[in-house]
Design a protein around this ligand. Structure first.
Ligand code: SF4
Ligand code: SF4
Length: 261
């Protein structure tokens, strides 16, 4: 992974719902847009869907032009990073005078800052347990004279609901990997992960148009639903990856029936 600026994650205080923090960000701050330079900005599957649609691109083109792929040192899974512009090291979506040019579709990490969301799940637990910590970028003046926010007020204000929901579906894959004993992936399996999670338009072509047995094994109503709804397609793609790589079964029956192998 490339080196980036040091950021500070304060894990000493775990915040939820009505817990408060102080923060204000606006163009009058001397640091305005400082946080949009020299970032290790990890893009989630849902970030990619929002950004490629914002830019009117297919996922393949967006990924090729704007991202670099690394293999996570701990997980062995592909991680997609937004490429900073060469020389200036600024985010490609930043215009110095205007600020963020993809603001309505900016990535979840940009929305969540100055918080970071930690989501925990386990086999014995229903759903996901979440908490938030504060994060400080070195040049950020947002904590000075900041407005008081509750965590839930910030989540609502930044419209983080769909980002968190889709990230939790993505998290199911990591949980399934752990439960399967953390197996290492070979090159074909890494490609499967990349296809189902990140390269949505190519997954669409592969799954809905290609000669894959997986589609014939699937319920017709499900196929119809994902054909007409990209969000459903992404949800399906991530669960397809989970089953295919870590649960050894097909989506229709959820067991190791061998139909997908
Ligand atoms: S996407 Fe927008 S908010 Fe996020 S780093 Fe780039 S310019 Fe800044
Ligand atoms: S550095 Fe902090 S206060 Fe300044 S623009 Fe970025 S988020 Fe806002």
């Amino acid at each position: 992974m490339p080196e980036g600026p040091q950021i500070y994650l304060d894990e000493s205080k775990r915040m939820t719902g009505e817990d408060t923090f102080n923060f204000s960000c606006n163009p009058q701050k001397a640091c305005f847009t400082a946080c949009c330079h020299d970032l290790n900005l990890v893009l989630t599957p849902y970030d990619i869907l929002r950004l490629k649609n914002r830019l009117g691109m297919k996922s393949e083109e967006f990924l090729r032009l704007y991202t670099s792929v690394h293999v996570g040192p701990g997980s062995g899974l592909p991680v997609v990073l937004l490429k900073m512009e060469e020389g200036t090291m600024k985010c490609p979506f930043l215009e110095e005078e205007k600020g963020c040019t993809v603001y309505e579709d900016r990535p979840g990490a940009c929305r969540t800052y100055p918080l970071a969301r930690m989501a925990c799940r386990s086999r014995d637990m229903e759903g996901v347990r979440e908490f938030y910590c504060t994060v400080r970028e070195p040049d950020c003046l947002g904590f000075e004279d900041g407005e008081s926010w509750t965590v839930s007020g910030w989540i609502e204000n930044q419209r983080l609901g769909p980002y968190n929901e889709m990230n939790d579906v993505f998290g199911e894959i990591l949980q399934a990997k752990m439960e399967a004993g953390n197996p290492s992936l070979n090159a074909d399996q890494i490609e499967t992960f990349y296809l189902g999670c990140y390269d949505l338009d190519r997954f669409k072509g592969f799954f809905l148009e290609g000669p894959t047995l997986d589609r014939y094994m699937e319920d017709e109503d499900v196929v119809k639903k994902i054909r007409g709804d990209e969000l459903e397609l992404l949800r399906y793609g991530m669960r397809w990856v989970k089953k295919k790589l870590f649960q050894g079964g097909c989506l229709p029956c959820g067991s190791g029936c061998g139909a997908n192998t």
